[in-house]
Design a protein around this ligand. Sequence first.
Ligand code: NDP
Length: 419
Amino acid sequence: MSKLLIIGCGGVASVAIHKCCQNSDVFTEIMIASRTVSKCDALKEKLQPTTKTVISTAKVDADNVDELVALINDYKPEAVLNLALPYQDLTIMDACLKTGVHYIDTANYEAEDTENPEWRKIYEERCERLGFTAYFDYSWQWAYEDKFKDAGLTALLGTGFDPGVTSVFAAYAKKHYFDTIETIDILDCNGGDHGYPFATNFNPEINLREVSAPGSYFENGKWVEIPAMSIKREYDFDGVGMKDMYLLHHEEIEALARNMPEVKRIRFFMTFGQSYLTHMKCLENVGLLRTDAIDFNGQQIVPIQFLKALLPDPASLGPRTVGKTNIGCIFTGMKDGKKRSIYIYNICDHQECYREVESQAISYTTGVPAMIGAMMVLNGDWKKPGVFTTDEFDPDPYMDALNKWGLPWVVVENPTLVD
Ligand code: NDP
């Protein structure tokens, strides 16, 4: 018997909401609240006849703490699932603290205005201190640890696939397969084809900012930063085949480095086709990935936001995308005095996802773990006061839920390693 407020009604939220509605025993009531309420109403109209979950909708500006507080006080959920953008993480956390409800999200905080001098000062100090320059990091949300602890509330951060499931895989490997993990390689492969010359699979602004930034990995207690796309490997992915993949900075590296200090090296690779990279380089070179406002005919526009308006809506890619994703982690380390290596991964088929929830696999592989994370908090399996990432709890109930709710995984011993 749980009541959940879901903020955002985009690609990921749509899948999470479908899944909550399939799981009515846990999610007896949900509210979908977003900036564009018509999207929430349309989803409610489609899903309400198919589910026992009672759905309501509301309009909210999640940048505004007072509006959020008023909505939460009115609806009285037990938890808020934030599926808006990383820009809204802190305002939603503030509202949860003010109203005494648990908080769950899928991506760590990122500032929308990276030219803001106050934010920039803290950011530059962090770049210097930690050695990576990504605009997103956990420090902002980890700073809420005492507030959530004192309030007796849970904040579960980053319960998508990566971050999210990949960190659960790490906790599972540590619990069942290793005495010590020495290296972790997280491999995110999308073998899907949507037929457009260029499109992003989730929010273009967030996606392009992530991909065009310098890469980094964690080795022997330190960050090593490299120019964007400068480390490339090939890997033969089960269910997909041979793909080029590139080393990126990714947020779960930061959490795993903190929470599993014995691990000597943590890297993240994502596959990209040559056409995607050529388009991205060109957009970057002409200035369309800029995140600062420019004056255009007397109007202020942010180039990357303008680009977003031109690109296909990620939600529209579902019916066109064919192929599979394969996302997982390769672990090496020691067990009972012997070297061991395993690969835990999930394969997800774009068209099967579309048939089930009318979304492609990228939204599906994020939306399902978002529902599972919310379920873990609401049913008490993962409820404890403080701010946590998904590697900090017992992985077993989450791993069982992945099998049950559409993201089955396998464990392979002695996989091909990435050099
Ligand atoms: P979309 O752009 O499709 O959806 C974002 C939604 O948030 C939209 O409904 C949008 O409303 C709403 N929104 C934006 N700003 C506000 C605001 N100020 N107030 C209220 N609502 C707002 O994004 P995605 O669904 O692709 O991504 C959602 C989240 O999932 C992001 O944080 C993303 O980083 C994360 N993600 C995580 C992954 C993981 O594996 N961990 C992978 C992929 C994504 P409107 O309709 O008006 O635009």
